[in-house]
Design a protein around this ligand. Structure first.
Ligand code: GLY
Length: 341
């Protein structure tokens, strides 16, 4: 058995140095590299932007820790029961159990951590950070992830609120007229099947990059289903020489297109963050056989090392363009993105 540290050590004993194997040697170093231009981004628009970004920006503007900044911002939505697609109060799986997915990535050492199908912990992004910082692994799931969180002092709590429990019961009662549940007493069921999620990306004063994606995943999913959010390269990817890309929406499409990895590689090859987001959407449409075959949505956000922002969704409507929010020295800014179909 050879572990990662021993593997790296054995490479150096063979005269193979790590920089030779690092992403750097394959990259064109980011152009227009600007220093002291911190910025934090979230994939939500005006309704959430200020609440989510303020704690992160307060850390970044004082030159505090980049990881603390993105974690504090991610925790805002995770802890807020009003958001039914992330953390506490997220919509549950088909059994009524909330299972959370989250990932974190840190540019300077290209390290990452993630958790999937994690139950009972309100802040999965904080657990993902501990996986990255306190273990030699990257991905912990289900009971193992929960035990790990318990070991680090996290409280196990019921993540289903009264409001999401009622929405789940209604969904269940409305599923079929061939089962023994009567239809919901108050008539039609019109709850959309959500794949909410939030992405937080940031660049600090040294132009180092970090990001988080966190979600309760697809509402009513089959227990154990894992979406793109905890899969590095799918729901989140970054390269400290280039920038970061992350996604919300139908996770299965981001997984089979390696969408976030693709976006970062497109930026490495000269596409702007906006062009990269649009190209990832195009790729997903192509994989599915063209616009007429696409009845789902994905939204991609990107942030370059120099602080340039991109945002595109597969589907949209005039007046309801996808939005992305940033907070930098210029203040809070909401940017409208594009949609393809
Ligand atoms: N993008 C969130 C999910 O599919 O789980």
């Amino acid at each position: 058995m050879i572990d990662r540290r021993k593997f790296i050590k054995s490479l150096s004993s063979l005269g193979i140095s790590l920089p030779l194997l690092s992403a750097k040697s394959f990259t064109t170093t980011a152009k227009n590299k600007k220093m002291n231009n911190p910025i934090i981004l979230c994939s939500r628009g005006k309704d959430w932007a200020e609440d989510v970004l303020k704690p992160g920006w307060d850390i970044l503007r004082k030159n505090g820790s980049l990881l603390n900044a993105i974690e504090k911002s991610a925790n805002v939505t995770e802890l807020d029961p009003r958001d039914t697609s992330v953390g506490y109060g997220g919509l549950p799986n088909e059994d009524g159990v909330v299972q959370l997915d989250a990932s974190i990535m840190y540019g300077p050492n290209h390290n990452c951590g993630s958790v999937a199908a994690l139950e009972g912990i309100k802040t999965p992004s904080s657990v993902a950070r501990l996986v990255m910082e306190r273990t030699d692994h990257i991905h912990l799931v289900a009971e193992g992830a929960q035990n790990f969180a318990k070991m680090h002092g996290f409280k196990i709590e019921n993540l289903l609120t009264e409001s999401t429990r009622k929405i789940w019961v209604k969904w269940k009662e409305n599923l079929s007229d061939k089962d023994d549940y009567f239809p919901p007493a108050d008539g039609n069921y019109d709850q959309e099947r959500t794949t909410g999620t939030i992405n937080i990306l940031a660049v600090d004063k040294n132009s180092d990059i970090a990001g988080i994606t966190t979600t309760s995943g697809l509402a009513w999913k089959i227990p154990g289903r894992v979406g793109d959010s905890p899969i590095i390269g799918a729901g989140l990817y970054l390269d400290n020489e280039v920038g970061a890309v992350a996604a919300t929406g139908r996770g299965e499409e981001m997984i089979r297109s390696c969408g976030s990895f693709l976006g970062v590689e497109l930026m490495r090859n000269g596409r702007s963050p906006q062009e990269a987001c649009e190209d990832v959407c195009k790729r997903i449409i192509d994989i599915n056989g063209g616009p007429s075959k696409v009845d789902f949505n994905d939204k991609i956000v990107a942030l370059s090392k120099s602080g340039e922002v991109g945002c595109a969704a597969i589907r949209g409507k005039k007046g309801q363009e996808p939005e992305v929010a940033t907070w930098s020295k210029k203040g809070l800014k909401i940017t409208k993105g594009t949609y393809l179909i």
